[in-house]
Design a protein around this ligand. Structure first.
Ligand SMILES: Cc1cc2nc3c(=O)[nH]c(=O)nc-3n(C[C@H](O)[C@H](O)[C@H](O)COP(=O)(O)O)c2cc1C
Length: 183
């Protein structure tokens, strides 16, 4: 089975997840690079749902059985690099799984900034080719002394140590099983 992990990451958390998934599933790794890779424009284009496109890739999407799309959530949006990837490859994607390392956890998943809204958008774009979504929220690695301190929390980074000592590990193993099983 041929699997591609296509990811966008600005500060490294989703890169961490993408690389981990690639190793666990023996999958190819593709970093999505926006044509206009400027944070301000990426936020704006995500909010306005317009886009400047991504740089071309050598990976031929149509040759993969499964794609795992991985990237952050900003302002509750399916961010433009990920939206572009879906829009461009919509007709050739056979099965897509969505993984995100976002900020909001389980208790916020249905809020306007939560991950469930983003999963719904992906489902709307892909219908039956969207198989499953999973969120690996940094909420799960917040040490007690930082609870409630939003600015500090936003700076937290996933690492092997924080990941393996949190509830994310179980979620991750479960997600791997889903990707291996479903079609
Ligand atoms: C401008 C901005 C807006 C964000 N908005 C959200 C949000 O609406 N919901 C959420 O769960 N996380 C939100 N986050 C948190 C990011 O999703 C989180 O920090 C993520 O791990 C960053 O991924 P990266 O390191 O791969 O770039 C936001 C972060 C930034 C910088």
């Amino acid at each position: 089975m041929k699997i591609l992990i296509a990811y966008y990451s600005r500060t490294g958390n989703n890169k961490f997840i993408a690389k981990k998934l690639s190793a666990s599933l023996n999958a190819d790794l593709y970093e999505i690079i926006p044509r206009l890779n400027v944070f301000f424009f990426l936020i704006l284009s995500s909010l306005l749902k317009i886009s400047f496109g991504n740089k071309k890739t050598k990976h031929r999407i149509e040759t993969y059985d499964k794609i795992i799309l991985c990237g952050p959530i900003w302002m509750g949006q399916l961010i433009s690099p990920l939206f572009d990837f879906i829009k461009k490859n919509k007709n050739t994607i056979k099965a897509l799984y969505f993984a995100t390392c976002c900020g909001g956890g389980e208790s916020e998943k249905d809020s306007p900034f939560g991950y469930n809204g983003v999963f719904k958008k992906v489902k709307m774009l892909l219908n039956d080719s969207f198989i499953a979504g999973e969120a690996f929220s940094i909420d799960a690695i917040i040490p007690d002394e930082l609870k409630g301190k939003t600015d500090e929390i936003m700076k937290l980074k996933l690492s092997e140590e924080t990941f393996n000592n949190s509830t994310l590990l179980k979620k991750y193993d479960n997600f791997i099983q889903i990707v291996k099983k479903e079609s």
